[in-house]
Design a protein around this ligand. Structure first.
Ligand SMILES: O=C(CO)[C@H](O)[C@H](O)COP(=O)(O)O
Ligand SMILES: [Fe+2]
Length: 222
């Protein structure tokens, strides 16, 4: 049975207390790190120096979500820093297969992301190249947005294709995931759940992680 993985997004952490907030999510499977560049999305977050320190001090592996232009140029730099996985967007990359293979050669997992208005079907022809497909459940750029339930059909179509072909590809969802929406995304077939505001907005982030995990595990269909 596929284990559900919970990836809190430190976009919702206190940037002046990052190490403290990393230790607060030690029961998570991954720490999700949102890198934004003011071009691909209308927000600017962090770059290599901060991601480097996160990789060094975090008790759990880093899952770097690049919302930047030209990931073909920059994604390998984040793999070099020690990220477990690097995600790049369909709307930003020029050569996704070449980039995925380059990341794999560096010992890093490759994840391909689609925005809400982008179809997932074009990825089917290159599915074997990726460890994970990320279905965005908000428009990328900011934490704390409302969950887009209209993306669940996309998750279902992708899960059906992965199952039909006997692949082990993970499906990640990112945006508006909480203890309330966790069952919906897991029932549709997602097994990696990113949650920012629902974890760091809770009084006890570790408890919020367990609530999301339990709701998702109960609803997941393998
Ligand atoms: O990629 C992202 C935004 O583009 C974030 O990972 C995401 O929004 C997490 O925050 P929340 O759970 O509060 O929606
Ligand atoms: Fe993200």
């Amino acid at each position: 049975m596929t284990a559900i993985q919970i990836a809190p997004s430190i976009l919702s952490a206190d940037f002046c207390n990052l190490e403290r907030d990393l230790n607060r999510i030690a029961n998570a499977d991954l720490v999700h790190v949102d890198v934004m560049d003011h071009h691909f999305v209308p927000n600017l977050t962090m770059g290599e120096p901060i991601v480097k320190r996160i990789c060094e001090v975090s008790p759990i592996p880093a899952d770097v979500h690049l919302m930047i232009e030209d990931p073909d140029r920059w994604a390998p730099e984040f793999a070099k820093l020690g990220a477990k996985s690097v995600t790049f967007h369909m709307g930003a990359t020029h050569a996704p297969v070449r980039l995925a293979r380059q990341l794999h050669d560096m010992g890093c997992e490759a994840c391909f992301a689609v925005r809400p208005a982008e179809p997932v079907e074009p990825i089917f022809d290159i599915l074997e190249e990726f460890d994970t497909i990320l279905i965005m459940t908000v428009e990328p750029g900011f934490g704390g947005q409302k969950f887009l339930s209209n993306q669940m059909d996309k998750v279902r179509r992708l899960r059906d294709e992965i199952t039909r072909r006997g692949l082990k590809t993970n499906i990640q969802v990112d945006g508006g995931v909480s203890p309330k929406t966790a069952a919906t995304v897991a029932e549709a077939g997602a097994n990696i759940l990113v949650a920012g505001s629902a974890v760091y907005g809770a009084e006890d982030p570790a408890q919020a992680i367990e609530q999301i995990r339990e709701a998702a595990q109960a609803a997941y269909r393998d």
